[in-house]
Design a protein around this ligand. Structure first.
Ligand code: GLA
Length: 393
């Protein structure tokens, strides 16, 4: 096991002087997948894997970003209005700075050291964590405060407009507003949210398949377009609908002939998934973990068969999970085509679950998975410079 990463020491070594420290977590989504950009419901939780930033002000307008993880440094001039994305990690913090400036915030130059602990490319929102930590840092240096909802929206804008990924609001929102021990039910239209306590008797276990298929971003945008097409085709008979959020299963069934088969399948997933999110929340509130697990199982099947964003590795990970003692529910989490599954597991069996699933997955695929046991964590904020050592995954 290595030495704990000390942000203050590293900052001093790289930039000299003292920094201020911020952190923002990644997330896991319990249920409500591909519903956020349809104005629907999601139930994510922040996880205890964070992106950390140490920053100090500069007397000029330069933003100097250092990543020890990538061993790269990037510099942009904040007074330059023509900054363009460079297709690397630095697009996330630079995008946040660009969007904040466009929104009228007077940012000053800064030195920033970034250290990410959220596994990259695993569907646990390492990019949202980097955006949110950056926004907290830049705004604080500028002496500004934003409420959490606006902060999440600005970070989403950075990703949509600067990075060029058409993601919904879920990842940034929970990275800001997450609460230890709770999942967060978010209405992605009104942005009203409720914290839903998770029982102490269970653990969230996240199984990383260690694959990321090329398809991911192209197919993500295609799914969004298919949902928009469903709304367009249903609008003449369901006037006033703005998103699939406004359609129920009965209406969809009645108008099935208006939709090409693929478009119908996509809409069916989204509309039924919204129902499942609310069922899952009711089950959690009632302490009915079996019913929560049932909703998660149905969510996975729907993502596999109707939305078609799963893959063999994710399906296998879910199947192996369902064979273990103490499992309540397992499903793919995040955008799909690889990445992670989320598992709600009886706390007493979590370690055994971790071992057994890892062995079985390795035997079946030859890949060594990473399996994380994570508490639901607090959203972003100021941080201490000492980053705790994590148990071996
Ligand atoms: C990605 C996006 C989110 C959401 C999920 C799918 O994580 O960033 O906004 O759409 O996919 O639920």
């Amino acid at each position: 096991m290595g030495k704990a990463y000390n942000l203050a020491e590293r900052f001093r070594a790289h930039f000299g002087g003292e920094g201020r420290f911020y952190r923002a977590p990644g997330r896991v989504n319990l249920i409500g997948e591909h519903t956020d950009y349809n104005d629907g419901f999601v139930l994510p939780a922040a996880i205890d894997f964070d992106c950390w930033l140490a920053v100090s002000p500069r007397p000029d307008a330069s933003l100097i970003l250092r990543s020890d993880d990538f061993d790269q440094t990037c510099q942009v001039d904040l007074s330059d209005n023509t900054v363009r994305p460079s297709k690397t990690w630095s697009d996330y913090p630079v995008g946040v700075a660009v969007v904040l400036k466009k929104a009228g915030y007077q940012l000053q130059g800064a030195n920033a050291l970034i250290h990410g602990e959220v596994p990259i490319g695993a569907g646990l929102s390492s990019s949202a964590a980097l955006e949110v930590a950056s926004a907290c840092a830049f705004l604080d240096l500028a002496g500004c405060r934003l409420d959490g909802v606006q902060l999440a929206q600005l970070c989403q804008r950075a990703e949509n407009e600067f990075v060029g990924a058409r993601c919904g609001i879920m990842d940034q929102f929970v990275s800001v507003q997450g609460r230890a021990g709770h999942a967060l039910l978010l209405d992605c239209r009104s942005l009203e949210y409720e914290l839903v306590p998770l029982p102490d008797s269970v653990q969230l276990v996240i199984s990383n398949t260690m694959v990321k298929h090329e398809l991911a971003s192209g197919e993500y945008n295609r799914r969004r377009a298919e949902c928009e097409e469903a709304v367009r085709r249903l609008s003449p008979v369901l006037p006033g609908i703005r998103a699939l959020r406004d359609v129920n299963l009965e209406q969809l069934e009645k108008n099935r002939s208006r939709l090409p088969e693929t478009i119908w399948r996509r809409a069916y997933h989204v509309i039924s998934e919204n129902v499942r999110v609310l069922q899952a929340v009711a089950a959690l509130r009632a302490g009915n973990l079996r019913e929560l697990g049932q909703a998660m199982a149905e969510s996975h099947q729907s993502l596999r068969d109707f939305y078609e964003v799963s893959c063999t590795e994710l399906d296998l990970m879910v199947e192996l999970a369902n064979q273990q003692r103490g499992i309540y529910g397992a499903r793919m989490t995040g955008g799909g085509f690889g990445g992670c599954t989320v598992n709600v597991v009886d706390a007493q069996h979590a370690d055994e679950f971790q071992r057994q699933v890892a062995d079985a997955y390795q035997q079946a695929t030859g890949l060594t998975p990473e399996i994380y046991i994570s508490a639901a964590a607090d959203g972003a904020g100021a941080a201490t410079p000492e980053i705790p050592l994590r148990a071996t995954r």
